[in-house]
Design a protein around this ligand. Structure first.
Ligand code: SF4
Length: 245
């Protein structure tokens, strides 16, 4: 079981639908990194391409516009013309007023791995000398497993020896920023939360290893939303056990 290395995306896929996890894991079988890094974005569906573009814009925001924002200049024309950048400018201007000297992100698109987990954290903010906040970027769609996503990353950071030795920072907050709407939500994360999640993740890993990769019963995502629907709908039911959900 120690050889099963789960990415955050694979973990969330399993919570969502075991068959989706299986199909995604097959795609990621020979890579340590998630699909974002090793497949050209033009091969993705339009919503995913939009997501990749937004993530790139937000990652490059600090290098491109950080100086202007910090000295109080008005937003540059490129920012005014792009809805994602425009909303983010407002959000980050507000955060600069509140967080001042710690405003500049500690890390952007930070890839971390351990023996059993891996993931790319969109942003890490420093809260003070010893603590940090993990930030996840999403579109306007509210994800069903946001809590699990943030705790997955918090556990990943706390278990990555390199990160701990080099930076000595404890995760005390998780946040999600919705780049289509400008909404920002945060939650506190305690050591107990992380330990509890570690036990929970272990039960999920054990569940995965049973090989019970059933598909959702009468899944409504087959027609529209699931990236794997094309493959999923072609697998004969006789080859799969139906989930009771
Ligand atoms: S279409 Fe539904 S059942 Fe099929 S893989 Fe996607 S979520 Fe699972």
């Amino acid at each position: 079981m120690s050889q099963l290395n789960l990415s955050k995306t694979e973990f969330i896929a399993y919570l969502d639908c075991p068959l989706k996890f299986y199909l995604l894991k097959q795609q990621n079988l020979y890579t340590k990194q998630g699909p974002r890094s090793n497949i050209l974005s033009k091969f993705y569906r339009i919503p995913t391409q939009r997501g990749i573009r937004a993530h790139t814009l937000l990652k490059e925001f600090y290098g491109n516009y950080g100086d202007d924002l910090q000295v109080g200049n008005p937003p540059p024309e490129q920012v005014l013309l792009d809805p994602v950048l425009r909303l983010f400018w407002d959000q980050e201007t507000h955060r600069y007023e509140v967080e001042g000297e710690y405003w500049y992100p500690f890390a952007l698109e930070y890839y971390l791995t351990t023996q059993t987990m891996r993931g790319i954290i969109d942003r890490i903010d420093q809260l003070d000398e010893h603590t940090c906040r993990l930030v996840e970027y999403k579109s306007s769609l509210k994800g069903s497993f946001l809590n699990e996503e943030l705790l997955f990353y918090a556990l990943l950071v706390s278990e990555n020896l390199e990160f701990q030795q080099q930076y000595k920072k404890t995760v005390t907050q998780g946040a999600v920023y919705y780049y289509d709407t400008g909404e920002w939500i945060t939650r506190e994360i305690t050591e107990e939360d992380i330990l509890e999640f570690k036990d929970y993740l272990q039960t999920i890993r054990e569940d995965i290893m049973t090989g019970n990769w059933t598909k959702r019963h009468q899944c409504k995502l087959q027609k529209h939303d699931c990236f794997f629907a094309t493959v999923c709908t072609k697998i004969p039911d006789a080859l799969l056990r139906e989930s009771s959900e």
